[in-house]
Write a protein that binds this ligand. Structure first.
Ligand SMILES: Nc1nc2c(c(=O)[nH]1)N[C@H]1C(S)=C(S)[C@@H](COP(=O)(O)OP(=O)(O)OC[C@H]3O[C@@H](n4cnc5c(N)ncnc54)[C@H](O)[C@@H]3O)O[C@H]1N2
Ligand code: MOO
Length: 409
């Protein structure tokens, strides 16, 4: 296999491979989009409020706008001089012994300083009787309680969620500057593969990695571009790869064909197309034959064909790469800790990502119980897993009850 490194080469540590992958990757350019389209997008700039909220003091309850000092001795009677529904402020001034009927969201009338809730009153014609004195300033939301003009409440790098969009609306931003979504071309390789829904031939299986990686790309804020399945022949592979470049994909993900077999052509073909190889073969399990490089402006990530290896490498490498391209400020994937539910033997030179069930113990601590079988073809177990247990290279044997690092799935 022409340009391939030999298997005797040392395996690259996971952290070094990840650092190389994201090094010198810039955030994609910004674009301005409608607020209604911004869910899940990543902010490209800090967002300052264009207004103060609330813009004026408002009532937080339905009742009466009054002067606190008028109710020093309750019950006390006040004359109702007008009404203030939300959106229609009372134009006059509340004087001594007077009240304005007011509703939630209406501006506090001049002269009033407190809201008397209607439950604590009786009303007869134009006279309202206060049954008890509220605290001074009760149920008045002062101007600027939430935020003021110029306050920066959303920062560049934030992946926008439903709470952020409500806040942006409240700050009167109908449009937002966000990072352009990276386009991720996904190419499966292998004579044995047919797409989901097709009838496999005698020696064929259903291609699964594509569906998983495309969903992961969407979850991470990218746009998947389906290049389909290439047969294991160089000419077909080249034509698929060129489609990715023509589409100006930010990332080309290849699935399978990354290992050392005679039909594992991906690295050779990409090399002949001019790929600058960054690394190949990582000290991790699953995922050893992971490959990365660059073809012009397109980053290339060669994921191993075994389905679990593909998806775990997607989580550990593609996700951070997309985060960097989006300028995201949150760390992905998120690491945590759990109590080990069953012993684990000492580890060899590869960093292990062990599929495990995740439960809560009686003391509320998460317990990660490794599955017995860890074959990297088994998607059933991956779907059942609540976490991956991270085992560093050469970790000593671990006992049930030990603290272990996990990635929650
Ligand atoms: N002699 C060696 N053989 C292998 C080594 C090695 O170091 N020496 N590494 C093994 C490891 S580890 C992995 S992981 C695999 C990965 O190999 P490839 O990336 O070349 O993947 P393929 O050979 O194309 O496929 C492996 C396996 O996965 C199935 N597959 C491939 N693509 C898909 C897809 N899109 N959806 C579902 N399943 C897919 C394929 O049918 C194979 O069964 O290499 C080991 N071999
Ligand atoms: O790394 Mo392979 O991914 O062990 O199956």
């Amino acid at each position: 296999m022409g340009g391939k490194q030999t298997v005797s080469n040392p395996l690259m540590p996971v952290a070094e491979a990840l650092a190389r992958l994201v090094d010198e990757v810039d955030a994609r350019p910004a674009e301005t989009i409608a607020l209604s389209k911004a869910n899940g997008r990543v902010l490209a700039e800090n967002i300052a409020s264009t207004r103060t909220q609330p813009p004026f003091a408002v009532s937080a309850m339905d009742g009466y706008a009054i002067r606190h000092e008028d109710l020093a001795a309750c019950p006390a009677q006040l004359t109702v001089i007008g009404e203030a529904p939300a959106g229609h402020g009372f134009q006059g001034k509340v004087g001594t012994g007077q009240a304005v009927r007011i509703f939630t969201g209406a501006p506090l009338p001049e002269g009033a300083d407190t809201i008397l809730i209607q439950e604590n009153t009786t009303r007869a014609s134009e006279t309202v009787t206060a049954l008890e004195q509220p605290a001074a300033g009760a149920f008045v939301r002062p101007a600027g309680l939430d935020f003021k003009t110029g306050d920066v409440l959303l920062r560049a790098g934030r992946s926008l969620n439903y709470r952020d969009l409500a806040l942006a609306a409240s700050m009167n931003h109908a449009q937002l500057p966000v990072r352009r979504k990276p386009v991720v071309a996904i190419l499966a390789t292998g004579d044995e593969l047919v797409p989901p829904g097709a009838e496999p031939g005698p020696d064929q299986i259903i291609a699964s990695n594509h569906a998983g990686i495309a969903a992961l790309v969407e979850d991470c804020g990218g746009t998947p571009l389906d290049l389909g399945i290439s047969r294991d022949n160089p000419r077909e592979l080249v034509s698929h790869v060129r489609r990715a470049l023509e589409a100006k994909a930010d990332i080309l993900v290849t699935l399978g064909g990354a290992s050392v077999g005679d039909h594992d052509l991906v690295q050779d073909v990409l090399g002949k197309e001019g790929m600058d190889l960054s690394f190949w073969r990582i000290a991790m399990r699953p995922g050893k034959p992971l490959m990365a490089g660059r073809l012009g402006h397109t980053k290339v990530l060669g994921l191993p064909g075994n389905p679990v290896s593909s998806l775990v490498c997607g989580l550990l490498f593609l996700k951070p790469l997309l985060s960097k391209m989006l300028g995201r400020d949150d760390q992905e994937p998120q690491f945590g800790y759990a109590v080990l539910g069953a012993p684990l033997p000492e580890n060899d030179r590869r960093q292990d990502y062990i599929r495990a069930g995740l439960n809560l113990g009686d003391d509320g601590q998460p317990i990660a119980s490794p599955f017995q079988k860890q074959d990297s073809s088994m998607l059933g177990l991956l779907a059942q897993s609540g976490a991956l247990i991270v085992r560093p290279p050469h970790a000593t044997a671990a006992s049930a009850g030990d603290k272990v690092q996990i990635i929650r799935l």
